[in-house]
Ligand binder design. Structure first.
Ligand SMILES: Cc1cc2nc3c(=O)[nH]c(=O)nc-3n(C[C@H](O)[C@H](O)[C@H](O)COP(=O)(O)O)c2cc1C
Length: 459
């Protein structure tokens, strides 16, 4: 609402003699003897307009004492993590602490990085539609996913080479997830073995992500190890017929493990903690391979199999007895098709924008897949990732039909910012965001969220 002053309205026009300076008396002298009345008896608006509380005076110590709350500044890592209140702030910390090549490997995406940018923007280009006067004194973020409970509607996405980003890597991720009561997914390209992760987080809900090969013996060996180690869900990634063009890695000459070149040695000089951690912990081992030395592109190319078809998915469905989820679904037709082939769930994902640039945005695809599954009476789980940088993004996805979400970079920024404590902090930030967003939407349980809570702007 705006206020306008009408020129002919006497109540709105200031009196000509009106001034902000008191006619008599000064600061600290108390009220003027004739305050409020002019010699003609008219109201002196200037003098009466300065209440006693607004007259200047010298402050007394007793006024200042309650305001003085000087604390010893804290520079510890834990204090810095606590001061971060968004994932973006964790990213800033991560960037300062991590050498450029592993930071860019994590932060970057394919080609011109259009997909990642659009995916993040998609979450911003919405309007929430809150309900008022609901009792939101207690917010419940728990849910069920693939037949088991999760304390929060988000899990940790599979990420490769995680111990290269920060030496605690998969151990930090799986233990933080275990503590938070959410699922953790170990990548085929993870830098800790399936067995070691299971031993590190024995009470966690561990899922395994598989890069399927037409060489079935190679796939079978991993599947058997995953089952033996107690993984209840297998997530097969299907958006990697070949490697995406990660141009930052090409420019940085990124290798596994990082090579000591002049550039990396210089980089080490102002990120000594990262190098100290890297060099004083056990060398990287892979979930699926033994030691590997080579460029990221070479390793990825040896992992990805361009000959895969739906027949291989059928073989996997017959072979794996637990829950099977297909990750990298980018069209409604493919979502339906993999469910027809026996998948228990789909992950709407474009691999965090790291494969096809200008790929479909999972958040945009979501309402269509949700409508298709309703039409088919399918109870297959809809999981969404790519672009999530806040708990509000997660709530928006759930409102539009997702059953669950995964985060990749959001947790990796925490990891690079502060190891296990940093992952804990990332999860806390997401949880706080979700709780606040739900309360402000007037919703206390996830099942109360509906598409009516979100309007996609421009639609
Ligand atoms: C550094 C990094 C490594 C990744 N490695 C894998 C992987 O090994 N297997 C896989 O299926 N997805 C991998 N992904 C994709 C993630 O599982 C997930 O789809 C993506 O990170 C989601 O986007 P977000 O980072 O915006 O949350 C990786 C992502 C990143 C950032």
């Amino acid at each position: 609402m705006t206020h306008t002053i009408q020129p002919n309205n006497p109540e709105a026009t200031p009196a000509p003699e009106s001034t902000d300076i008191p006619a008599t008396g000064g600061a600290g002298t108390g009220a003027a003897p004739d305050a409020g009345t002019s010699p003609s008896g008219a109201v002196n608006r200037a003098a009466s307009a300065v209440p006693a509380a607004l007259k200047r005076r010298v402050p007394k110590y007793s006024d200042l004492a309650p305001l003085m709350q000087f604390k010893k500044p804290e520079f510890s890592r834990a204090a810095k993590l606590q001061r971060a209140s968004t994932i973006w702030e964790l990213r800033d910390m991560a960037k300062r602490r991590t050498p450029q090549a592993p930071f860019d490997y994590t932060d970057g995406a394919a080609e011109a990085e259009i997909t990642l940018r659009r995916a993040r923007e998609a979450f911003l280009d919405i309007e929430f539609r809150p309900g008022i006067l609901r009792n939101v004194s207690s917010i419940d973020l728990s849910t069920d996913i693939l037949g088991k409970p999760s304390r929060l509607p988000v899990g940790i996405a599979p990420t490769g080479f995680t111990r290269m980003m920060q030496s605690e890597g998969e151990y930090a991720g799986s233990q933080a997830a275990e503590a938070a009561g959410i699922p953790y997914t170990l990548s085929t390209m993870g830098t800790a073995s399936i067995e070691d992760v299971a031993a590190a987080a024995p009470n966690g809900r561990n899922w395994f992500q598989l890069y399927l090969w037409t060489d079935r013996d190679r796939s079978l060996e991993l599947i058997e190890r995953a089952a033996k180690a107690g993984n209840d869900t297998l997530m097969v990634t299907v958006d990697t017929a070949v490697a995406g063009a990660r141009l930052r890695d090409v420019r940085n000459g990124m290798t596994i493990p990082p090579a000591l070149t002049l550039k990396t040695v210089l980089d080490a000089s102002y990120r000594p903690a990262w190098w100290f951690n890297f060099l004083t912990h056990e060398p990287l081992t892979f979930a699926s391979l033994s030691r590997y030395t080579g460029t990221v592109a070479d390793l990825i190319n040896s992992m990805f199999d361009p000959t895969l078809t739906f027949e291989d998915l059928d073989w996997l469905r017959e072979t794996w007895k637990g829950k099977l989820v297909v990750k990298g679904i980018q069209t409604v037709d493919d979502a339906r098709k993999v469910v027809d082939h026996g998948a228990d769930g789909v992950v709407l994902s474009n691999h965090g924008g790291r494969q096809l640039d200008r790929a479909p945005i999972p958040f945009h695809l979501l309402p269509e897949v949700s409508a298709a599954f309703k039409e088919d009476n399918s109870d297959a789980a809809i999981i969404l990732d790519t672009g999530i940088m806040s708990g509000a993004d997660i709530i928006a996805a759930l409102a539009l039909g997702a059953d669950f979400t995964l985060v990749g970079r959001a947790y990796l920024y925490g990891l690079m910012a502060g190891g296990r404590a940093g992952v804990d902090r990332a999860i806390q930030i997401l949880e706080k965001d979700m709780t606040r967003t739900m309360a402000l939407l007037g919703v206390s349980k996830l099942s109360e969220l509906t598409p009516d809570h979100v309007r996609i702007l421009g639609k």
